[in-house]
Design a protein around this ligand. Structure first.
Ligand code: CO
Length: 134
């Protein structure tokens, strides 16, 4: 089911400061910030040769990463995103195996304009998993 690693996401309290750190200290290429109000986050991508790192800052008062940052005030790894070929077929197979899909189970459009779903971390070794249709 799983294809390539699309990105690893890190929740950060200050996306401007984090972006600047990746640019200057780590010498990486970082995209311009993009606000995703329907996901409650602002994102940038650190572009790497083989994958991406996604930096996430809370947007709005109901941000899904607010509680994570309250627990991890300096930030931390938030989720892994794997590519799948067919997100509906993957969702249905995961549900059939007993895994929990977050929300109403309907894919939403993610930061790359492609459908995404999230899987419950308790079903996957304490790791929040995002699936993105490649
Ligand atoms: Co992501």
């Amino acid at each position: 089911m799983l294809g390539r690693l699309n990105h690893v996401a890190i929740a950060v309290p200050d996306i401007a400061a984090a972006s600047e750190r990746y640019r200057t200290v780590l010498g990486a290429t970082v995209t311009a910030p993009e606000a995703l109000p329907e996901h409650g986050v602002t994102v940038v991508f650190v572009e790497l040769a083989n994958t991406k790192t996604e930096l996430l800052e809370p947007l709005g008062k109901d941000s899904p990463i607010a509680a994570f940052l309250a627990k991890n005030p300096s930030g931390g790894i938030h989720h892994m995103c794997y590519e799948v070929e067919d997100i509906i077929a993957s969702r249905d197979a995961l549900r059939a195996s007993g895994a929990r899909v977050l929300g109403d189970g309907q894919p939403r459009i993610g930061a790359h304009g492609k459908p995404v779903l999230f899987l419950h971390p308790k079903d996957f070794d304490g790791t929040l998993i995002e699936l993105e249709q490649a």
